[in-house]
Design a protein around this ligand. Structure first.
Ligand SMILES: Nc1ncnc2c1ncn2[C@@H]1O[C@H](COP(=O)(O)OP(=O)(O)OP(=O)(O)O)[C@@H](O)[C@H]1O
Length: 299
């Protein structure tokens, strides 16, 4: 297994083109085989992701679900090369659009992020830089990853803000993140993630930090954009309601391992693993009397 070196979004040289990108003849947009992530801790080596394999087709939505601490975010960050240098990340194979990611140079892998792979994180306000206007932050992505000139970038930034439902987009270019609501900041994050028309979007708990009423709007927006662009999407969530609404397939993770991966209808109607069954039976609607159901035991 080859080590995966961490990449950092904000380093220079991120404009590098990665040659050989093609979907021709590739059944899957993304394939991951036997991904392992270990952290060195005071108590010894902690394996947060334990031999996970998954695949995603073009235009497909895969939901990764599991309780808090099951390693969902670590899995995503490892696939993106965003873990801290202390993390030991290995895999037999990671193939994105037919390219062997493990064979790419660091700057080539870095160039994928923001351009061919869009990423949305849980905390929209924390993910935006408070010191720069949102116009500047979207422009920065386009400047790094596209050959567009300043005027074309401005037009594209306004068009993106319009697409994600920001009113008066031209006026909002000069707004700072603190001048916008959490929902609006998440819309800006979506605009940034999709500005370069990526073929894969990774959304790590994209609605968790938002008010319930806004969650639905953001989810609907993501679904509309995903469908109209035919993007593959991996959405990390612990919310089975979100899963049932958006996913084509569901990947159930527990203690760093895959418990089950199946079509969304199969997962809800005929869950195979005891953990998935327990996860479903712990939904609030399955509460009996005044007590909420809980997950107990190990699986
Ligand atoms: N840098 C690190 N060093 C040591 N352990 C870590 C590190 N980062 C994450 N972990 C551990 O890895 C495990 C998985 O964490 P992760 O954040 O992926 O869980 P999660 O399933 O995404 O949970 P949540 O739904 O709460 O976000 C946790 O036990 C966490 O403490």
């Amino acid at each position: 297994m080859d080590p995966l070196w961490p990449l950092y979004l904000n380093e220079e040289n991120a404009v590098a083109e990665v040659s050989g990108a093609s979907d021709a003849g590739n059944a899957h947009l993304l394939e991951v085989d036997n991904l392992v992530v270990e952290f060195e801790t005071r108590q010894g080596v902690f394996r947060a992701v334990d031999g996970i394999s998954l695949h995603l087709a073009r235009g497909e939505i895969l939901a990764v679900v599991g309780e808090s601490g099951s390693g969902k975010s670590v899995l995503m960050h490892a696939m993106l090369g965003l873990l801290t240098p202390g993390a030991r990340v290995t895999a037999d194979r990671i193939v994105f659009r037919g390219r062997d990611v493990l064979a790419l140079k660091v700057f080539e892998r870095r160039a994928l992020l923001g351009k061919e792979i869009g990423v949305i994180f849980q905390d929209p306000i924390g993910s935006l830089n408070p010191c720069y206007t949102i116009g500047f932050q979207i422009d920065e992505i386009l400047r790094r990853h596209t050959p567009l000139d300043q005027r074309a970038r401005r037009d594209r930034t306004i068009a993106m803000l319009d697409q994600v439902g920001i009113p008066m987009p031209a006026e909002r270019l000069s707004s700072f993140p603190h001048q916008m609501s959490g929902g609006q900041c998440q819309r800006v994050m979506i605009a940034m993630a999709l500005a370069c028309e990526p073929s894969l979007l990774i959304a790590d708990e994209p609605t968790t930090a938002l008010d319930v009423t806004i969650q639905k709007q953001i989810l609907d927006l993501l679904m509309t954009l995903q469908r109209s662009r035919g993007m593959g999407m991996v959405i990390v969530t612990h919310n089975m309601g979100v899963v049932s609404e958006v996913a084509d397939r569901v990947f159930v993770q527990y203690r760093g391992k895959m418990m089950e991966c199946a079509d969304v209808i199969e997962i809800f109607e005929n869950p195979q693993s005891r953990y998935t069954q327990a996860l479903l039976s712990a939904l609030p609607e399955n509460a009996v009397g005044t007590r909420l159901p809980v997950l107990s035991g190990s699986f």
